[in-house]
Ligand binder design. Sequence first.
Ligand code: GLP
Length: 248
Amino acid sequence: METIISQNAREASRAAGSAVADLVRNKPTAVLGLATGGTPQRLYEELIRARREEGLDFSRVVTFNLDEYVGLGPNDSRSYHFYMWKNLFSHINIKPENARVPNGLAADVPASCAAYERAIAAAGGIDLQVLGLGENGHIGFNEPGSAFDSRTRVETLSAQTIRNNARFFGGDEKRVPRHSVTMGLATIMEARRILLLAFGDAKAAAVAAMIEGPVATKLPASVLQHHPDAQVFLDPSAAAALKRARFA
Ligand code: GLP
């Protein structure tokens, strides 16, 4: 894992955003894996800027989002589908049919998860996956205990994740859905390149465990230690608990 500690979250997002923009420039048919949450918002602003100022072309880009809440549809402002259109898709020239988000309303969830995996494979696999990091070390919604060979499936949210995400539901934990559909750890690990972003001191412990701790399912992101091309973009607070940071 390559660790890049920038002066602040803005610089880190700029560096990660340029890496994504470079890929799209060099491979106009790139397949991107995308994340939601607060962390990647500035990265998406970078992509929107590249579209606006340089005319970066997303017309042949295909994207697959990591996860979605079960029970929330595209028109629900708390769904990840809605988030993606608000924060990225409506500002770039991506074709709607190429911007894929797991279906939180599927009648047959396992069939819909299997179809999502097939769609990723049919697109040629993910060239670059953007990831955030949960305070408990989750990636996507792969909570502690998720199997390393897991694929797109339903996952039950942990109490900590429900607490952390309550801010998107009016601060009310009771309104946070209990289940999600998420790409699995094996799905994520098949991406050819991974960029994980983590900012702020609330992420410091998970960042240190991910980079310097044992590879263990209790900290799902630690599996990234086995990825051949993974870069971690941090601000100084998120890097604060790293013991070997100066050697990164
Ligand atoms: C959420 C999402 C993750 C995200 C993480 C961190 O629950 N499922 O994909 O990376 O938690 O969120 P944030 O970036 O808001 O800290």
